[in-house]
Ligand binder design. Structure first.
Ligand code: PMP
Length: 404
């Protein structure tokens, strides 16, 4: 990683408790480069105006910028059509959009099945449980192996003609596992199920091509791809989105409103009720363009190198257990140290300037699978360095000695 990349993240220059900040909580949210902060500021200093309905100059400029952002985001994921890209507030919002509209559509019936996996974040569990409650469908779960991977030995009995939706984690936020979605998606499609991929952790770490993946929906959050919070997107196949009912009602999503009857707007606006997060969409496009400039492969390779370094070094600490030992992992190192509570460990190393996440990572069923309440999780981004990994390991050793 070149120093020029690091210098684009002013927040990383600060000290915490007198120690240089080591920010290893990137799976929760990533820091923002100057290119994104500049795009955000330029929007508010030069363009701010409401979109799509103004006759005046600024409104036209803001609309153009917002719709150009949609083109950039759609192209980044190789979406076949720009109007298939719906701006959302993030992954949770996108999954709820898909689950709610599927429930409303009437295409899921009592006795149908929805398949998820044991690696899911709560936001790819709860909306499907709610859909099941509304429709009488039932949830199936792909089990997880000791290495934190999907156990696909019974996948053919888990995907049947009753399976209507398969909603899967692409990359695990809790363990880092890169899941073999390319094995499961064709099976789901062959059974006639719709496939949604939770891309919250794949979008920040790898090249994603929704056409090559063959999924029907892909959702992600901008704040993990170096963009601000409050913006994300759902990509969905045109014919499916057109066949689903609208979701939230209000301005923008309508063609014509009378008290007797309302007709709805075309994609993507049908699913974008109300004033959108205009600055967020523009900043998201700037973030994805920044990632393209750095190089998606460069990002993935750099994070992988840090993961390999940290994984080797952490084994020197007595009593360490790594959760998630797949060979196919993004830059996430989740672990416990015998006899030490993850919260105590996280608090102690925070005193040393190191930001990690502790707890269940919104994956309580996965924690239950391993018989634990939580882990300590270090997660890497392009701006992290090998020296920071050394600092982190040294801090863990010190903290482990103090806590034992
Ligand atoms: N799924 C996964 C795999 C995640 O990592 C996250 C965020 N931790 C989410 C869903 C939810 O994302 P958001 O809170 O941005 O909606």
């Amino acid at each position: 990683m070149s120093p020029e990349i690091r210098s684009q993240f002013p927040i990383l220059e600060q000290t915490i408790n007198g120690k240089p900040l080591v920010y290893f909580d990137n799976a929760a949210t990533a820091q923002k480069p100057l290119a994104v902060l500049d795009a955000s500021r330029a929007y508010y200093t030069e363009l701010n105006s409401n979109v799509h309905r103004g006759v005046h100059y600024l409104s036209r400029k803001a609309t153009d910028a917002h719709e150009h952002a949609r083109e950039v985001v759609a192209a980044h994921f190789n979406a076949p059509h720009t109007h298939e890209l719906i701006f959302t507030s993030g992954t949770t919002d996108g999954i709820n959009l898909a689950a709610d509209t599927l429930a409303l559509s009437g295409r899921i019936k009592s006795g149908d099945r929805v398949l998820i996996s044991g690696l899911e974040h709560h936001s790819n569990i709860v909306p499907w449980q709610m859909l099941c409650q509304q429709t009488g469908a039932e949830l199936d779960v792909i089990p997880v192996t000791d290495s934190g991977e999907w156990d696909l030995s019974n996948i053919d009995s888990l995907i049947t003609e009753r399976t209507k939706v398969v909603a899967l984690n692409h990359v695990s936020n809790a363990l880092g596992t890169i899941n073999p979605v390319e094995t499961v998606i064709p099976k789901a499609k062959a059974a006639g199920a719709l496939v949604l991929l939770d891309g919250a952790q794949s979008a920040p770490h790898m090249k994603v091509d929704v056409q090559a993946l063959g999924c029907d929906f892909y959702v992600f959050s901008g704040h993990k791809t170096y963009a601000p919070t409050g913006i994300g997107a759902l990509w969905g196949k045109e014919e499916i989105l057109n066949s689903l009912p609208p979701w939230r009602g209000g301005g923008e999503m309508i063609k014509e409103v009378t008290f007797e009857k309302t007709t709805y707007n075309d994609l993507p606006f049908k699913y974008e009720a109300g004033t959108p997060n205009i600055e967020g969409a523009i900043s998201l496009a700037a973030a994805l363009q920044w990632m393209q400039q750095v190089g998606l492969d460069t990002i993935a390779n750099h994070e992988h190198e840090l993961l390999v370094q940290a994984t080797a070094a952490i084994q020197e600490i007595e009593g360490v257990k790594i959760y998630g030992t797949s060979e196919h992992k993004a830059g996430v190192l989740s672990f416990g140290i015998e006899g030490i509570h993850h919260y105590d460990l996280g608090t102690l190393i925070d005193n040393m300037g190191i930001a990690v996440r502790t707890g269940h990572h919104c994956c309580q069923p996965l924690m239950a699978r391993f018989g634990i309440t939580g882990t300590t999780r270090a997660s890497f981004a392009i701006y992290n360095t090998a020296e920071e990994v050394d600092t982190f390991i040294a801090a863990l050793k010190k903290a482990a000695m103090m806590l034992r």
